[in-house]
Design a binder for this molecule. Structure first.
Ligand code: HEM
Length: 150
């Protein structure tokens, strides 16, 4: 019971921090991006990667050591829907990450570099779609936690 509670706390903390990081990226992309913004986006995106990793680690630990036992989740189609949604979020995050890294490289090579508005708008669109999919995950999680999906 204590293990289940500790893992639930860690999973929630990682999930809410990840949501905060995505919101920060959208906010940084919603204003004119200058050199500081490019470096901040790259730094925030590194946190994104680390937190997504923690969400997965704590999530998998909940599957293995949580109160319900792994058989419950492996047989539950809402669990697999949740995994698919998270996979989609991960795939959608590839383009923004590659763009932030490219901007940082270009800024290092040319201190006058500013991200083209078209590129920034495109990345922001990716992030907004990511937010929409991300928001479906807690809905699936709440159903999963209450015994739906079997
Ligand atoms: C590989 C990734 C993930 C795994 C393996 C995973 C696994 C789990 C497990 C096993 C539970 C416990 C459900 C229960 O009480 O029976 C859970 C709960 C939860 N997960 Fe995840 N999860 C993952 C990613 C995410 C993400 C990305 C989010 C948010 C966007 C999320 C949000 C939640 C929430 C809010 C709960 C609590 C639901 C409730 O008690 O009402 N999870 N997760």
């Amino acid at each position: 019971m204590l293990t289940d509670w500790i893992l639930a706390c860690l999973h929630h903390l990682a999930v809410f921090s990840l949501a905060g990081v995505i919101a920060a990226e959208v906010a940084l992309l919603s204003v004119r991006i200058e050199a500081g913004g490019v470096r901040r986006l790259a730094a925030v995106d590194a946190w994104y990667g680390a937190l997504a990793g923690l969400v997965i680690v704590f999530g998998v630990m909940r599957v293995i050591w949580g109160a319900k036992g792994y058989e419950y989740y492996l047989a539950n189609h809402i669990f697999w829907t949740k995994m698919l949604l998270f996979l989609i979020v991960g795939l959608l995050s590839i383009r923004p990450t590659l763009t932030f890294l490219a901007w940082k490289r270009r800024l290092n090579a040319d201190p006058a570099f500013l991200p083209p508005k078209g590129e920034a708008d495109r990345v922001r669109t990716y992030l907004l779609i990511e937010v929409a999919v991300f928001l479906c995950i807690p809905i699936a999680a709440a159903a999963l936690a209450r015994g739906y999906g079997l």
